[in-house]
Design a protein around this ligand. Structure first.
Ligand SMILES: Cc1cc2nc3c(=O)[nH]c(=O)nc-3n(C[C@H](O)[C@H](O)[C@H](O)COP(=O)(O)OP(=O)(O)OC[C@H]3O[C@@H](n4cnc5c(N)ncnc54)[C@H](O)[C@@H]3O)c2cc1C
Length: 292
């Protein structure tokens, strides 16, 4: 299939991109890696009148670290750049687990973190990672800038809090707490497929070795990434024994409402959500031991 006719404009600067978006609003889409947008246009599922190519905005790509302030990633940073950035993966180890699950190397060469999060596919890995890590989205328009927490950013199926005249410009990840570690796991039909269910867990221990904080977010089991931290809150203050983790993970299947798809029934998705939660928390806990 070929896309419907559209006007193409290559933005020469961020200001140019934002003024074009202010002018065309919902009629226009930003072209980042193109790995979701172009297939959707070719299938005529998306018919933007205007494509604003933001690939030339070098200022919107790259990883920035500030001592004690975590890591900020420009929206146009490609998956491949993150995969190859050892310092970034050390600071945000959930990405080291999650990135290899995204599609295939050719797609990761082009796809961007900003395009991924803006596209907001609920089966995608990074919205769950951003939710578990409590990322902040920096969103800009010609009239100013605002920050939105990941928990507020994903508004529904393929829908975010980004308004028609706005662009996601940067994503910030807070500094990891001491004595914390993380794990992302998923089940997909084939390597590179979207997840039938994925789980991102971040575990923090206190000085006695008890669980001080637990963040849990799932992909593939709702219309947005699902923050299931509350379902496992019983672990806070406890030692993370196999029994305690197993009991907490058993609460997750009933806390989610997957709709199922052609490859997985809702019951199967609930089952793997419980299994992956148990394994992800256990692995994150072991990783703290190894890091200490
Ligand atoms: C065969 C195949 C398999 C795939 N498998 C997976 C997978 O397993 N997991 C997964 O997560 N993804 C998968 N993808 C999708 C891939 O990760 C895309 O790269 C990603 O969803 C979109 O990123 P992009 O940079 O390509 O964005 P684009 O396709 O360019 O844009 C996507 C949408 O976001 C908007 N947008 C882009 N950047 C911004 C911005 N900065 N601000 C506001 N709006 C913006 C665009 O206008 C468009 O509406 C797959 C794709 C293919 C083709």
């Amino acid at each position: 299939m070929k896309p419907a006719p559209f006007k193409y404009v290559a933005a020469s600067s961020l200001d140019h991109a934002l003024s074009l978006k202010a002018e065309y609003g919902d009629e226009a889409r930003f072209l980042a890696g193109g790995q979701s947008l172009i297939p959707a246009m070719n299938f005529r599922l998306a018919r933007p009148a205007v494509l604003i190519d933001i690939n030339g905005l070098a200022d919107c790509a790259g990883v920035h670290r500030a001592a004690g302030k975590g890591v900020s990633v420009g929206a146009l940073t490609r998956y491949r750049a993150l995969e190859n950035d050892r310092d970034f993966l050390n600071a945000c180890p959930l990405f080291a687990d999650a990135l290899p699950h995204i599609a295939h190397p050719q797609i990761r060469n082009r796809g961007t973190i900003g395009g991924n999060l803006s596209h907001a596919d609920p089966a995608s890995e990074l919205p769950a990672v951003a939710t578990a890590m409590q990322a902040l989205m920096r969103i800009r328009s010609v009239s100013g800038e605002r920050e939105v927490a990941a928990s507020e950013f994903f508004a529904g199926l393929l829908t975010t809090d980004i308004a028609a005249d706005e662009m996601l410009v940067e994503i910030s990840f807070p500094e990891a707490a001491p004595r914390s570690a993380s794990c992302f796991m998923e089940v997909a039909r084939r390597r590179g497929d979207f997840a039938l269910c994925g789980v991102a867990a971040v575990v923090t221990l206190d000085d006695d070795g008890r669980c001080a904080n637990l963040r849990l977010a799932l992909c593939g089991v709702g219309e947005t990434p699902v923050d299931a931290s509350e379902a496992c809150a019983a672990l806070i203050g406890q030692f993370l024994t196999d029994k305690a983790i197993g009991a907490a993970a058993a609460a997750v299947p009933s806390a989610i409402e997957p709709s199922g798809n052609v490859h997985a029934t809702p019951d199967y998705q609930r089952h793997i959500a419980g299994v992956l939660t148990r394994r992800a928390i256990t692995t994150a806990h072991h990783r703290i031991g190894h890091a200490a």
